[in-house]
Ligand binder design. Structure first.
Ligand code: G1P
Ligand code: ZN
Length: 547
């Protein structure tokens, strides 16, 4: 039955510019009349050839997910899609959506998420478009979507009631088929094909090994229940906070030492009997790995995964290359050098890894912000990272902290930390970055906080596959001894500006590896303030979040 397409007149909203990972705004902004519709229409207008094709649709279950899904289903029918694969209850983690797009050769996908940002009526909402390779749309596409939002005059929908998404099965909106799929099955099957599940099951069955996975009331609950406690047989109760809630139980579903403090503390308390901890974020693409009284830094984690690839069935044949975002520590570079493989340095954001993965140039990718993944999908993948670690632990039969310490002994330690200054007035943050950029030519050869600066620039990236250029991706200050300080403004926040300062120092001497991170980096913190005038311009004397 064909349905009448309804054209609803609309006018543009300012500021519908996708950031590091899609459009993120307060729920209150998204709830304005025609706001979501305008952006979705701009996506559909930017596409071509979607008639009769398959769209994948789902989200992290945050507040407004359910309403937005129904709106998008109607608009997809009006845009001529032949079929939508939608997760049951509107749920699909970001990596699962990527897996579903790839497995079913969909035209693309829409993921509703604001990742680790707060949820609930006063929290954040977000939407991003992924291409047929399963990865986030590139800048050329998101720029085109933004331009379209600025000239939009109508959106298109059909008159159809809401679809019951609480059970898997099929429904239709006019000629468009709606397949309500199990959000976990395809992703779980893919993960099972990569790792040695028997061996991991053996580890999880050992009485001396106890694991906790904290789903932070976000999307990974159902995935972790099904994979860890289901397929791998971990004891019930291994997964905590495993039911997705629209407001994530009031917290930030951000697996860092601040928001996942409960997990970190449990692993620090020997009475808990826990030997390994892990957590994931709102939409399931980030991971946190915790050993006994030891939080693994994401940059180190990427290096450890690369160094141990031969133990993992999917990667035992060798890595084509590795890639990290520019602010991520250079720990993985050292592993790549030893393996004799390429190490790519990209701007922040997963979208830049896509072309390297598609071209077969890189197998593993990672970011300091707790994102790691591989060529199995085109997003970072939280549970993938946890299973990779479990597979390593099962084969090497030693605790996570020992594995990292041995890694440092072998490769040296890239001591690393990120300092975030949140909610800075946008004008001040822009001024800080502008003045810092203006100062760049004078920095090389000078001393700052007593430290000699070797080089300073604003990171620009040329994609080795398609030659596209991305400018102004973060200011880098490189010291004579190889230490680095990097400055950039967050592209995912929804309130004011967040200044991120990334600090890194290489320590070869094993006797110095246990010096506390912040202590080892203190001279660089002083340099960062001197060079960028953080306190003078923003009035802040210390960061809000240290990770
Ligand atoms: C942050 C992280 C970045 C990550 C992105 C999406 O972006 O820093 O590594 O790709 O979230 O998860 P930012 O807020 O720094 O722009
Ligand atoms: Zn995320």
């Amino acid at each position: 039955m064909s349905m009448k397409v309804i054209s609803v007149p609309s006018t543009p909203y300012a500021g519908q510019k996708p950031g590091t990972s899609g459009l993120r705004k307060k729920v209150t902004v998204f709830r304005q009349a025609r706001y979501l519709e305008n952006f979705v229409q701009a996506i559909f207008d930017t596409l071509s050839g979607q008639q009769g094709q398959t769209l994948v649709l789902g989200g992290d279950g945050r507040y407004y997910n359910d309403v937005a899904i129904q709106t998008i289903l109607r608009m997809a029918a009006a845009a001529g899609f032949g079929r939508v694969l939608v997760g049951r209850d509107g749920i699909l983690s970001t990596p699962a959506a990527s897996a579903v797009i790839r497995k079913w050769q969909a035209f693309g996908g829409i993921i509703l998420s604001a990742s680790h940002n707060e949820g609930g009526p006063a929290g954040d909402f977000g939407i991003k478009y992924n291409l047929g390779n399963g990865g986030p749309a590139n800048e050329a596409f998101t720029d085109a979507v933004y331009r379209r939002t600025q000239e939009i005059s109508a959106y298109y929908t059909v008159d159809s009631s809401d679809i019951d998404l609480s059970r898997t099965g099929e429904a239709s909106i006019g000629e468009m088929l709606v397949c309500i799929i199990d959000p976990v099955a395809d992703h779980a099957e893919l993960l099972e094909s990569l790792f040695d599940f028997d061996r991991i099951a053996g580890l999880l069955a050992r009485p001396d090994f106890r694991m906790r996975f904290d789903a932070m009331h976000a999307v990974t609950g159902p995935y972790a229940h099904a994979i860890l406690e289901g397929r791998l047989g971990a004891p019930a109760g291994t997964v905590v906070n495993g039911t997705p809630l629209p407001d994530f139980g009031g917290g930030h579903p951000d697996p860092n030492p601040v928001w996942a403090a409960e997990l970190v503390n449990a692993l620090a308390d020997s009475r808990s009997g826990l030997s390994f901890g892990a957590a994931s974020d709102g939409d399931g693409d980030r991971n946190m790995i915790v050993g006994r009284n030891f939080v693994v830094s994401p940059s180190d984690s990427l290096a450890v995964l690369a160094a141990n690839h031969a133990l993992i069935p999917a990667y035992a044949g060798g890595l084509a290359g590795v890639a990290r975002s520019m602010p991520t520590s250079c720990a993985v570079d050292r592993v790549a050098r030893e393996l004799g493989i390429a190490c790519y340095e990209t701007p922040t954001g997963w979208k830049y890894f896509g072309s390297l993965l598609d071209a077969g140039l890189a197998t593993l990718c990672g970011e300091e912000s707790a994102g790691t993944g591989s060529n199995h999908v085109r997003e970072k993948d939280g549970l993938w990272a946890v299973l990779y670690w479990l597979n390593i632990l099962a084969v090497r039969d030693m605790p996570a902290d020992v594995i990292v310490r041995e890694h440092w002994q072998r490769f040296g330690r890239n001591v690393y930390s990120r300092h975030d200054y949140e909610g800075i007035e946008t004008a001040k943050a822009d001024r800080l970055m502008d003045e810092l950029r203006a100062r760049l030519p004078q920095l090389p050869g000078s001393l700052s906080n007593g430290l000699p600066i070797a080089a300073a620039d604003d990171f620009a990236y040329v994609d080795p596959v398609d030659g596209s250029r991305s400018e102004r991706q973060g200011v880098r200050i490189l010291l004579e001894d190889g230490s680095r300080v990097v400055f950039r403004l967050s592209g995912t926040g929804t309130e004011g500006a967040t200044l991120r300062v990334y600090l890194e120092r290489f320590v070869a001497d094993a006797s110095q590896h246990e010096v506390p991170t912040q202590e080892a980096l203190a001279p660089l913190v002083g340099l960062a303030d001197a060079v960028a005038q953080i306190t003078v311009i923003t009035g802040r004397t210390c960061p809000d979040v240290i990770s």
